[in-house]
Write a protein that binds this ligand. Sequence first.
Ligand code: SF4
Ligand code: SF4
Length: 407
Amino acid sequence: MTLSTELDRCVMCGMCSQHCPTYQLTADENESPRGRIALIAALNSKQLDADAHLQTHLKHCTGCRACEAYCPSGVRFGTIMNEAKALLPNLPAPSMPSPQTIRWLRLYQRSGLQKITRASGLLKPLGLAQKENLLPHIPDTPDWRSYYPAKPGISHCGDIALFTGCIANIFDREALDASRRLLNALGYGVHVPPTQSCCGAMALHNGQADEATALSQQNLDAFSKLDIQAIVHTASGCTAHLSEYSQQLPEEQGFVNKIKDISQFLNELEWPAHLSIAPLHKTVALHTPCSLQNVLRQADAPRQLLQRIPKLEIVPLVQSTRCCGGAGQYMLEQADFARQLREQTLDALNHISLMKKARQKIDTLVTSNLGCALHLAAGLRERGQAIVVTHPVALLAKQLKLIKGCG
Ligand code: SF4
Ligand code: SF4
């Protein structure tokens, strides 16, 4: 489908605008989905140049796709935006930290230099404080084995593949390890194909369609020969992109049909009687990432999964249906908008405590997307709030108890 055909579907009704986070922040039509579609249509027909004004309004879009979810005409705004980005000149390539950079950053944290630097306030005058504050704890990341069999003594239910991603493989390692352990405990063997790569979402969102297609192809090659029931992942932003590979490679619908958010997949299984989950006397706030809600359409999956933990009280963030601003590189490149959107989300978290809806003090925020987790955790650090941000599967795996010594 061409960009023009997709643009023509928009009847300019404006019903999407009230759901757009940037329009809600600014009340500026140029910052609404309808306004952006008008700008892109003018760019595509060469009535407008890709000048600074036009580029700014397109770059302010978080890519949350709330507009798409609420559009009565079925306009695929995500597709429009990806194609429009390819028309913009000089978009920066996505910057992924190299293994060497990760090693240096890990040393920076372990040596205690990070604590000293943060306490000194030296980074603020250099304009680096905000970026540095985004840096989460970097765990050890031992190499994956290519296959983890189901726990001995449990009937084998089949095989699953785990997508580990690029950034997620480092910063979402706890959730990935927890997923693997849970799947093994449920009777599934888990493949972790060593030749898989980044999902390609950041490349596509930066107008680099060829690079994105090459990464997609690498993943298709890595997973295609496996005899598996599903391909699961923990970061909903990447899972959402994997679930749309057939838009770039239409013949790959078979791969797409196997892609599942980990909570969704775990909810669909019948849990065997040998597994028991220890009660958790705690209240957690639940954040719903846009990618889970608007693309994967699995907004309720984490809540359903967490309900397996006895005594756990789950309180959804009211603001959760709106983008938190942690949209991949957005939190770095559009720091001002990202911060304003994050403040709204964190205010909603405080609101829960203030309204005493929760029986106990909230010390845990649960989210299913790594980008949101990093962004929200940085905001909580900035506010001096000691709230842990974690993944639903990581929380559940901690409560997992296996009877008959299978743990
Ligand atoms: S994208 Fe959909 S909801 Fe928004 S203005 Fe166009 S047709 Fe209306
Ligand atoms: S993707 Fe999100 S931020 Fe972008 S126009 Fe749509 S609703 Fe607004």
